[in-house]
Design a protein around this ligand. Structure first.
Ligand SMILES: Cc1ncc(COP(=O)(O)O)c(C=O)c1O
Length: 474
């Protein structure tokens, strides 16, 4: 385990170097040594019981082949722990891809699911239900309290919510709303949409069209027309003027990119984007599907941004019902005013079961105690992560990415993230890669400091072995 002295030093350096050249500061600390307690393979991918291999072979015949997965089958979960079919436990440092904020099989969530499913799960949007409006109100009230969507505590600015079933669907709806907003303001030719490099907004035709990654887009071209791609964080004013023009109806951006590599959009750049959107009358959409709902340390990654960098539309999904499918589009009154009966719809979205779970989850995530605990855990994780560039300067980029509990570790060798994810899994810790060069940490928001110690300890052991094997040598 990490020595206390090293941890204290690490904390001091992390505090003074946050966001700057952390690695250089570490390079001078001779006593900085990687954790090597987790060198042995304890969870080999191949060691699932024969019945599991048989079941996988059978299921492979029927499931479309869209994922490359190791032969691991999870049957149970609790908190940050997943248990596979042989009874082995894994530390889930992925939260099911930034979803299970309250951890797996949370007692409170289970109780709400049991109660509401025994009462009413679904009755369609042709009628009212008890919880969709309650969740919408909670989202608006909390956004007003914590900051976001340009709302001020005086309640002058309002907002409205539409519920969907996934993140992709939320973005799809947001793009449609931007089109309607644009057409009402500027006529039928105001239809252009702008997105940015390395964005990930989903896989349906509209959301895919603003996900400029050839790997995802190329097999499905042609995509929707009138989409332009700008460079994330490019402060060139002339380029911005050409990118977002009078024909633009909507601009979509993740305040902190998730899949694309955990890269944060700079506040001053977002101010520039938002200002240009206002100049031309385009709706600014912040996709907070991965970084939102307290993961970044604040309710929204944009909560603390100045009014000049606030969006007109916010999309969310992943943790809103702790794994029960739900998504939402939250819009300012100015956008809500162009949406009328028949503009959009869904069979499942806003059903009482999903929205009641959402009310429960959001009420807990927004409790002051929860926030202070998260802050303290995130600071601890930051301290641990801050060791890595100094420990492995040949492998790891100097600057860590993200904030709160959405963190990215950039690598100098693009093959290294997948290798680290595999080695960590073989030692019982689940991690994610992100973009072309990063490993992503998006644990449940209830993750403990001890679990952070374990996850980063395993990472250090694996990285130390990789260095011994020649990884990171120029
Ligand atoms: C930022 C962002 N937007 C959209 C999506 C798509 O969400 P979903 O997979 O729920 O459709 C994701 C999923 O990873 C995401 O991270």
């Amino acid at each position: 385990m990490t020595s206390l002295r090293t941890l204290r030093l690490a904390r001091q350096v992390a505090a003074s170097c946050r966001g700057r050249a952390i690695a250089r500061a570490y390079a001078v600390q001779a006593d900085l040594k990687p954790n090597t307690s987790y060198r042995s393979v304890t969870h080999p991918d191949s060691s699932a019981p024969q019945e599991t291999h048989d079941l996988i072979a059978s299921h492979t015949q029927y499931l479309l082949n869209t994922y490359a997965r190791p032969p691991i089958l999870f049957t149970h979960g609790k908190g940050c722990t997943l248990t596979d079919s042989s009874g082995r436990t894994y530390l889930d440092f992925t939260a099911g891809i930034a979803v299970t904020a309250l951890g797996h099989s949370d007692d409170g969530v289970n109780k709400v699911i049991a109660e509401q499913s025994a009462k009413l799960s679904h009755a369609s949007n042709l009628y009212w239900n008890e919880y969709a409006g309650e969740l919408a109100k909670l989202l608006i009230d909390l956004t007003r309290e914590h900051g976001g969507l340009g709302m001020t505590p005086d309640g002058k600015e309002g907002g409205k919510v539409f519920f969907s079933n996934s993140g992709t669907e939320a973005n799809e709806g947001a793009l449609k709303f931007a089109r309607k907003y644009g057409k009402e303001k500027g006529g039928d030719s105001k239809i252009g949409i702008v997105c940015f490099t390395n964005a990930f907004h989903g896989r349906s035709m509209g959301a895919l069209s603003v996900t400029p990654n050839p790997k995802y887009q190329a097999p499905f071209a042609p995509l929707i027309p009138d989409v332009r791609v700008g460079e994330l964080n490019d402060m060139d004013k002339e380029k911005m003027l050409a990118l977002i023009d009078e024909k633009t109806c909507g601009v979509i951006v993740e305040p902190i990119q998730g899949e694309g590599g955990v890269t944060a959009a700079k506040t001053e750049w977002l101010e520039m984007v938002a200002t240009r959107c206002r100049e031309v009358g385009a709706a600014l959409i912040y996709d907070e599907i991965q970084c939102g709902l307290f993961r970044s340390g604040t309710m929204w990654a944009h909560s603390s941004f100045p009014p000049s960098a606030q969006p007109d539309i916010v999309t969310m999904a992943k943790p809103l019902a702790n794994g029960f499918p739900i998504g939402a589009i939250m819009v300012r009154d100015s956008v809500a005013s162009v949406i009328s009966v028949g503009s959009h719809g869904t069979t499942f979205g806003g059903q009482p079961l999903a929205t009641r779970i959402g009310v429960h989850v959001l009420s807990r995530l927004s409790k002051p105690d929860f926030a202070s605990n998260l802050k303290s855990t995130a600071a601890h994780l930051d301290t641990l992560l801050s060791r890595l560039p100094g420990l492995f300067p040949g492998l790891i980029q100097e600057t860590l990415r993200g904030r709160g509990l959405i963190r990215g570790i950039g690598f100098k060798d693009e093959k290294a993230p997948a290798e680290l994810v595999k080695r960590a899994r073989e030692r019982g810790v689940l991690l994610l890669s992100a973009g072309s060069d990063a490993v992503r940490c998006v644990p449940a928001l209830i993750v403990s400091k001890d679990e952070c110690d374990q996850a980063i300890g395993v990472m250090e052991s694996c990285l130390a072995m990789m260095v011994e094997e020649g990884w990171g040598k120029a």
